[in-house]
Design a protein around this ligand. Structure first.
Ligand code: SF4
Length: 198
């Protein structure tokens, strides 16, 4: 994966830590392409927590209404922005403990933010990462937390920073859930799952 995509970047579009935070929050159970469509207009109206609070509930709903769980996500955005203004001077925290104080941000989302915004060696385990890791034999669990632990201990340190994005992109475009493209997969000689299904 390193040879194919030496410098991988996540597919969510953002231009600040706050915008990344909102995009990650919106991306739960939603496609990045759909999130990008929404945030393109939303971030013109509000690209920091104070502007988002000034925008207000009705207008946030208006902008994000086409995405799954939009009502819940609206409440998460409002409550998170209140906390960001009150406790963190409007900045996105750079540690897990404080990130996970923000409604809508669990361990996986915190890992993605820490990795993407702050270059921390964390791995956000979403469905793609979990599936690809298990198929490749890098992990053997359905628990995201355990898979994260297995990946952190098994992937060489120099690759950890980029591994989340490599695994997501591989899962999204090659090692698809129902029909993995094993014939075109650069890892097929290392993969025990391919042998099992062929
Ligand atoms: S060989 Fe097939 S199952 Fe294994 S990682 Fe590649 S696409 Fe996925």
């Amino acid at each position: 994966m390193q040879q194919k995509i030496p410098k991988p970047v996540i597919e969510l579009k953002f231009s600040s830590h706050f915008e990344l935070f909102i995009a990650v929050l919106l991306s739960a159970r939603s496609r990045d392409t759909q999130v990008n469509k929404i945030t393109k207009k939303l971030f013109i109206q509000a690209s920091n927590p104070r502007d988002m609070l000034n925008l207000g509930r009705k207008k946030i709903i208006y902008h994000i209404r086409s995405i799954g769980l939009y009502k819940k996500k609206t409440e998460f955005i409002i409550k998170s922005c209140q906390i960001l203004v009150r406790k963190f001077h409007g900045n996105i925290p750079s540690n897990r403990r404080n990130l996970e104080l923000l409604p809508g941000i669990g361990r996986k989302s915190a890992n993605v933010i820490l990795n993407t915004a702050f270059n921390k060696k964390t791995i956000g385990v979403d469905t793609h990462v979990l599936r690809v890791s298990n198929r490749l034999g890098l992990s053997n669990s359905n628990s995201p937390k355990l898979v994260e632990h297995q990946l952190i201990t098994r992937i060489p340190k120099k690759f950890i920073l980029n591994s989340h994005i490599w695994l997501v992109l591989h899962g999204r475009y090659v090692c698809k859930s129902r029909h993995p493209l094993c014939k075109n997969c650069s890892l097929n000689d290392l993969c025990s799952y391919r042998i099992k299904i062929s």
